[in-house]
Design a protein around this ligand. Structure first.
Ligand code: 5CA
Ligand code: ZN
Length: 379
């Protein structure tokens, strides 16, 4: 799959400092010491809806990681996936009477446009789950042949007990894992599993759903975690520097992925740091496609919000904190007359207009009208 065009990163005089960053597995800040080529894998979108501000915030965090590395005069090897076949994508396509491949292609194209507008650095390898299937099948076969995976009514499950390091990424107890597994794509209630947490590696073909040749596994489609493992091992290898995503991926996705890879290779760790961005919410809930409380990057762009202003809004929050998207100036003022926060929002807005090269002719007028209308200052 092709990625999107790179915006230029100016070289600065001197050399930046090595990145210290919070690692979920150790629970503390670690200094990363990548080689001359820093290696990063960031989990990509499931393309059944447009890019929202939560996605953008997460990709912004890992864009910053790369910019710090580039400033240390290293090269960066960046890999990202697209989960272009999975339950929620297929369900949305059925709901809307649309071909699932067309839905995935359209939303992936829009994501590329959003990333380009926001000047996010593109990955060198942008890989879809579907194109990764020929590499996934032999990995699942190997896990099964090593006794780390088992069959249940034609589906193949990974046995979490096969990895002595299982649990080290998220550090959660069994009960918390069970709850999150049920919430985030797992099936802890399915009878016949060795451990309720065991995740699916290969799903046998279902009536009316797409399926692919699975060799000795039979026709089917891949589970979610093994998708990212196959792509990361293929393009980065074990022990890469950072695995990134939103905090909702720490468990089960990154926990299971690490275990798959560690059992497959006999090496540890899968990634040297597991880095997670906070969740962006709207109206008191996590912004998510399933809840539908979304602010789309493309919708803001259509409303002529300068992409530089969107990016500044993302930058005004620390990447690890959860935050709420708000219509900033209005919301700040409505929140117990928080005029300082409203002024800060105006500052960011104005700065974005200046640095954005004045492409949006109407925006300065809008800033002054807003300041006049809400704060009583005529500029
Ligand atoms: N395709 C999988 C990863 S392999 C997936 O999680 N796709 S996604 O479209 O649901 O999310 C894409 C990325 O955005 C993930 O890193 C996810 O953690 C992050 N993300 C999703 N919702 C939010 C949110 N509300 N705030 C911040 N980040 C979010
Ligand atoms: Zn992933």
């Amino acid at each position: 799959m092709h990625a999107w065009p790179a915006s230029e990163v100016p070289a600065l005089p001197g050399k930046g400092r090595d990145l210290r960053i919070h690692d979920t597995a150790t629970g503390g800040r670690i200094t990363l010491d990548p080689g001359p080529v820093a290696r990063i894998y960031v989990c990509g979108i499931t393309p059944y809806d447009a890019t929202h501000m939560g996605h953008a915030a997460t990709y912004n965090a890992f864009d910053l990681v790369q910019r710090v590395w580039l400033d240390t005069k290293r090269q960066v090897h960046y890999v990202q996936n697209v989960t272009d076949v999975d339950d929620p994508l297929l369900e949305r396509a059925v709901r809307d009477g649309e071909d699932w491949t067309e839905l995935a292609e359209r939303e992936t194209a829009l994501f590329r446009e959003d990333m380009t507008a926001l000047r996010m650095l593109p990955p060198q390898h942008y890989i879809g789950a579907v194109e990764a299937i020929p590499g996934i099948v032999p990995l699942v076969e190997r896990l099964r042949d090593a006794g780390a995976a088992y069959e249940l009514d034609g589906d193949v499950y990974f046995s979490v007990e096969s990895d002595p390091h299982f649990g080290e990424v998220s550090g959660l107890d069994a009960e918390a894992m069970r709850l999150l597994s049920a919430e985030r794509g797992g099936d802890p209630e399915r009878p016949g599993k060795k451990n309720p947490l065991d995740p699916m590696l290969w799903m046998a073909a279902r009536e009316g759903e797409p399926s692919w040749d699975g060799g000795t596994l039979g026709p089917g489609r891949p589970g979610w975690h093994i998708e990212c493992v196959a792509i990361a091992l293929d393009h980065l290898g074990m022990g890469f520097d950072v695995q990134g995503g939103g905090s909702d991926l720490a468990f089960p996705h990154h926990e299971m992925g690490a275990s798959h890879a560690q059992v497959l290779t006999g090496e540890h760790p899968f990634a040297r740091a597991y880095v997670h961005a906070g969740m962006v919410g709207l109206n008191g809930e996590k912004m998510s496609k399933s809840k539908g409380n979304l602010v789309f990057v493309s919708a803001l762009r259509r409303e002529d919000v300068d992409p530089a202003a969107i990016r500044l809004a993302l930058l005004s929050h620390h990447y690890r904190s959860d935050w709420e998207w708000t219509d900033q100036v209005r919301e700040a003022l409505a929140d117990d007359l928080d005029a300082p926060a409203a002024l800060a929002a105006v500052d960011r807005w104005a700065a974005a207009q200046t640095s954005g090269g004045g492409t949006d002719e109407s925006a300065p007028g809008l800033v002054s009208r807003t300041v006049d209308a809400l704060l009583g200052v005529a500029l």
